[in-house]
Design a protein around this ligand. Structure first.
Ligand code: SF4
Length: 388
């Protein structure tokens, strides 16, 4: 496919096997293939793609994926350590959190966390991902001590830990600025931050999901502070609840603007809302997560909007399942995420797709769609590219 060929036509079937599509879509997708930026309004239109427009959107996203990262699909061997599910916050989409007196309330001691890290290392994991609830009795130095516990047990382990909400909480508990708190975690061995708790970076949506307890502005401040300190982060969106295409376009544009300034994001991870046990859904105030077409559009539009800025678009196989994950990997995504031993957050919300995927299963699913599997580390260095 060459950039300057007119690929789309609104009046005839075009020459490159692309279907006849609406003129506005044709114009936007042609410019995307010319590697020019797509603005927010154009992204909103792309999010409405159906039929031939959707097929063309997917083809263009897949082509940009090929140009950005080639045929390799990566995955990372990681153990999740959800060190507590006790949380006072009450986010209305969350089915993971428990109150202090709940019989299912959990708190892992530092030695249990260290033991899990050792087990993970012995099983081949290169990363532990630690996230938990905002426990009302959290010792002020606990975030720091969790990192020390892992690094003392397994110095080589990459510690990917603490959402911006947890950084906000830890800073409050310790009375430290974000700069000082993040610096102390980095000095203790923090490798990178998950860019979770982003949900939708829009005040009105956040008001409905979390009573805006962590505002968009605070999320952005924490993430950009981390980037400026040399701590890389992921970026995420959680979609399919009370939100819509204009929120998605605005959110992805904001992520792109941050990346332009800091270059600190390793990847973008669309996280479809898992509704089954979520309070906001059970109260009748949210829809039951994204449709398959919305999942495809999200991965494809993200690839197109973020082209030239963030090379890696990750599928969340726990939420999508293997079949839809494969479809999204043919619609602009290039990373399968983690093996995720002990994933409990999506499982609590009712996601039916298990909590562990063996590397051999990743490899099989990747080869099945004609691509090349490769194990990576957290920061996307390739560790083992499979022969194909
Ligand atoms: S999403 Fe996080 S902060 Fe919100 S209630 Fe659940 S555990 Fe607590």
């Amino acid at each position: 496919m060459t950039v300057n060929t007119p690929l789309f036509s609104s009046s005839t079937t075009n020459t490159d096997g692309f279907p006849k599509i609406n003129a506005k879509f044709a114009d936007i997708l042609t410019r995307a293939l010319e590697e020019r930026e797509i603005n927010e309004d154009e992204a909103v239109l792309l999010f409405s793609a159906e039929g031939p427009e959707l097929r063309s959107l997917i083809q263009v996203a897949d082509e940009l994926r090929r140009r950005a990262v080639g045929q390799i699909i990566t995955y990372v061997s990681v153990r999740n350590i959800n060190f507590t599910n006790v949380c006072y916050t009450g986010c209305r989409f969350c089915a993971f959190a428990r109150r202090l007196d709940d019989p299912e309330a959990q708190w892992l001691s530092l030695s249990e966390v260290a033991n899990r890290a050792v087990e993970a290392w012995e099983a081949g994991a290169t990363e532990v991902c630690m996230q938990g609830g905002l426990h009302p009795h959290m010792p002020p130095n606990h975030y720091h001590d969790l990192i020390v516990a892992v690094k003392e047990a397994v110095p080589e382990m990459h510690v990917h830990a603490f959402s911006p909400f947890e950084i906000w909480y830890g800073s409050k508990l310790t009375n430290m600025t974000y700069v000082d708190f993040l610096t102390s975690l980095k000095d203790a061995g923090l490798g990178s931050l998950p860019g979770t708790a982003a949900e939708i970076l829009d005040t009105n949506v956040r008001q409905q999901l979390t009573k805006n307890k962590l505002s968009s502005e605070e999320w952005v401040e924490i993430i950009t502070t981390a980037h400026k300190l040399g701590i890389r982060t992921t970026s995420t969106i959680m979609y399919g609840h009370v939100d819509g295409p204009h929120h998605w376009a605005k959110h992805i544009k904001l992520i792109r603007d941050i990346q332009r300034d800091t270059d600190g994001f390793t990847e973008f991870v669309p996280l479809g809302f898992v509704h089954h046990n979520a309070p906001i859904y059970l109260d009748g105030d949210a829809r039951p997560g994204p449709t398959i077409e919305e999942n495809l559009r999200m991965h494809a539009v993200a690839r197109i909007m973020l082209h030239g800025y963030i090379p890696n678009i990750q599928v969340s196989w726990v939420k999508l399942g293997p079949d839809v994950s494969q479809k999204c990997l043919m619609a602009g995504a290039n990373d399968f995420g983690g093996t995720l031993i002990d994933e409990t957050i999506s499982r609590s919300a009712g996601a039916p797709h298990g909590q562990h995927m063996h590397p051999k299963e990743f490899q099989r699913l990747i080869k099945e769609i004609g691509r090349v599997p490769a194990q990576r580390n957290t920061l996307y260095d390739l560790l083992d590219v499979q022969d194909y």
